[in-house]
Design a protein around this ligand. Structure first.
Ligand code: ADP
Ligand code: ZN
Length: 217
């Protein structure tokens, strides 16, 4: 069973690419952002703690997010199809944790795809992003608007701006990325499993490149 990681700054298009890869291959999309937002919806104590961190643009504690990932990757669908990690690992600590979790099952990460874009473009994309409150699908008010404004094409749910997609929080998230997550680039490069993906191309071409880089053809 294979495990892949999508790495890159907020707004680089990890979620969109994950969706496109999933259309071609039955990998399980494991998005820590989505799973953490589910915690918030459930209004648990943990959810309230998550919301405070997310709204501030900071990371939630490594132990908390790692426990959520550990629970998810132990499910049978992942054992059957493999996993596409989106938004995890985000710190070196988390990178070691995922190594340990996989090693327990005799596994290791197969490939890491690095998505990039320049800062101005990332801020523009994040603040133009609208997210379906029903199914989590993302739209962009400029490049990929919904057919009916404010309504999800997929499920008819309401589109909203995420609380952390305001300009001030987007800037803070990018700062946190540069400081805490970017060191993973060197970490995986050294291991020889990092591929840089050119995301400045047409969406279909990017998805095809990604699948090729992952050895999925
Ligand atoms: P993006 O990639 O656009 O920043 P995500 O949905 O992946 O959006 O993440 C949103 C927020 O969820 C992050 O800013 C952070 O607060 C929290 N989060 C997601 N994944 C992690 C993680 N692996 N470790 C810590 N916090 C995380
Ligand atoms: Zn929807």
């Amino acid at each position: 069973m294979a495990f892949y990681v999508l790495l890159g700054p907020p707004g680089a298009g990890k979620g969109t690419l994950a969706e496109d890869i999933r259309k071609r291959f039955p990998l399980v999309h494991i998005s820590t952002g989505d799973m953490l937002r589910e915690e918030i919806k459930a209004k648990t104590d943990r959810g309230r703690q998550v919301k405070a961190a997310m709204d501030a643009g900071s990371l939630v504690p490594d132990e908390m997010v790692s426990a959520i990932v550990a629970a998810r990757i132990s499910k049978p669908d992942v054992a059957l199809n493999g996993g596409l990690l989106d938004g995890f690992p985000r710190t070196l600590k988390q990178a070691h944790i995922i190594d340990d979790l996989l090693r327990n099952d005799g596994l290791a990460l197969d490939q890491v795809l690095l998505l990039g874009a320049d800062t101005d473009q990332l801020i523009r994309r994040l603040t133009a992003r609208r997210t379906c409150m029903g199914c989590g699908r993302v739209f962009n008010i400029h490049s990929t608007p919904a057919a009916v404004s404010g309504i999800c094409d997929g499920c008819g749910g309401h589109l909203q701006q995420r609380d952390d997609d305001t300009e001030a929080t987007a800037i803070e998230r990018l700062r946190v990325y540069r400081q805490q997550t970017e060191p993973l680039v060197g970490f995986y490069e050294q291991r020889g499993i990092l591929t840089r993906l050119d995301t400045g191309r047409h969406r279909e071409a990017v998805a095809a490149d990604a699948c090729r880089a992952l050895g999925l053809t």
